[in-house]
Design a protein around this ligand. Structure first.
Ligand code: NAD
Length: 294
């Protein structure tokens, strides 16, 4: 017999997630396990009773894993459960990087009269390019990177993947038509679009910085749906100003990038689908249940 205490945000099927706006409260007393979504757990004092913490999502930067390990608290995440949701938004990001859809929509909203005629006259400012036949570099061939690589290939892109820990032959579910890059430099040298799908670690922080941008093709589009600080924003702004990077599509708006020309900042919607939230919640509950019942 165990209890899983949950705070705020009860999903439709009765599963519950600990969301961002939680308060530490008496409800947590005697909890055996905690389900957490994006709440920062570093300053939260857990009751002695907690044996497991499950993060309903992929990245675990919001959880002090090492401190928990010292106390014997097991941490789970939900690998792959939100990968399709992120993949679909990355595909949207590829198209947003190549077509001036956002600018065009914003412009169309400003039109007041004789709209059809004005559109025909003014739309020339919003021409774009196609992704068909262009080369996409995928950095990180985990759950999301593999799905993005396969889907981009199905849309007619040439795809080259890089992951120091897994080869394209071993990457689970990866199309055999994806080319393997032995080094990041190969990706930088060849890709027209670069998308990064790696965890945020000390070793990956600011991975896409001036040194990396300098090696990229002029006019490259960069997509970041993983974590904000994988990209060095100051260097990115310079790379954009110099014309090296033509577009930066990020799921992580911060002051640095908001309203910058050629940056499309999406408000962290990568995993925000009903299906993904459900998948993550179900997997997290199962992990906790299996662990506590073993
Ligand atoms: P995953 O663990 O399945 O895959 C990560 C891959 O990155 C692994 O294959 C690993 O070998 C590889 N990797 C590690 N270091 C690398 C390096 N230096 N160079 C290249 N590859 C490296 O994770 P995932 O589920 O695919 O998630 C990837 C990222 O997406 C995570 O950072 C996660 O936080 C983020 N994410 C964002 C959202 C969102 O809402 N935008 C949602 C889910 C996940």
């Amino acid at each position: 017999m165990y209890t899983v205490h949950t705070l705020n945000k009860i999903s439709q099927n009765g599963l519950a997630l600990l969301g961002d706006a939680y308060k530490v409260s008496d409800e947590l007393n005697n909890a055996d396990a905690i389900l957490v979504r994006s709440a920062k757990m570093h300053d939260m004092v857990l009751p002695e009773s907690v044996k497991a913490v499950a993060r309903a999502g992929a990245g675990v930067n919001n959880i002090p894993i090492e401190a928990y390990a010292e106390k014997g608290i097991v941490v789970f995440n939900t690998p792959g459960a939100n990968a399709n949701a992120v993949k679909e938004l990355v595909l949207c990001g590829l198209l947003l990087a190549s077509r001036k859809v956002v600018d065009g929509i914003n412009w169309a909203k400003t039109l007041e009269s004789d709209v059809a005629k004005t559109v025909e006259k003014g739309k020339g400012a919003f021409g774009g390019g196609e992704i068909l036949g262009k080369k996409l570099g995928v950095i990180g061939l985990g759950a999301i990177g593999v799905m993005v690589a396969n889907a981009a290939q199905a849309l007619g892109m040439e795809v080259i993947g890089y992951d120091p820990y897994i080869s394209v032959d071993a990457a689970w579910g990866l199309s055999r038509h994806i080319k393997h890059a032995n080094t990041l430099d190969e990706i930088y040298a060849e890709a027209d679009y670069i998308t990064i799908h790696v965890p945020l670690l000390d070793s990956t922080k600011h991975m896409l910085n001036k040194e990396a941008f300098d090696k990229m093709k002029t006019g490259v589009a960069v997509l970041n749906f993983s974590r904000d600080t994988l990209v060095q924003n100051e260097d990115m702004k310079v790379a954009i100003a110099e014309g090296k990077v033509a577009k930066y599509v990020t799921d992580f708006p911060v002051e640095d990038v908001l309203n910058q020309e050629n940056i499309i900042a999406i408000p962290h919607l990568g995993a925000s689908t009903e299906e993904s939230e459900e998948n993550c919640a179900v997997m997290a509950v199962k992990e906790i249940k299996d662990y506590l019942e073993q």
